[in-house]
Design a protein around this ligand. Sequence first.
Ligand SMILES: [Zn+2]
Length: 110
Amino acid sequence: MVMAALSMKDWASSVILKCICGHTIDDIAAPNEVEHLLVSYRAMERLQDLVDEECGPSGSIDMWPEHWEESGAVDVWKCPICERLYVNPKGKPEDVVIYKIERIGLPDQS
Ligand SMILES: [Zn+2]
C-alpha cells in the first residue's frame, strides 16, 4: 500500500496540496496550469444542454462553475514537476485519487 504524503489546507477558498514528490501545488493563482477539468463526451453534451437552456432566454451565461459541476466534469490537478494527477483534489482527503505516469508510449503490440 502506498501512503500518499497528502495534506490539504483550506485558506479562504484556496486549496494547497503537497504532492508525493514534495512539490506544493495550489489554486491561489487563477487561471493556472495546475487545475484541469476531465470532461467526458457525455458530460460535454450535458454542458451544452445546460448552456443552451440558460443562453436561450437570457442571451448570456452566468453560471459557468455550476454548469461544469452539473455536467459531471471532474476536477483534476496536475503536478508540474512529476505530472501526477490528483482527481477531486478539493474533496475529502480520503476521496482524492492519485495517478502517476506508468509508461510513455504504447508497448510493442507485435
Ligand atoms: Zn509532484
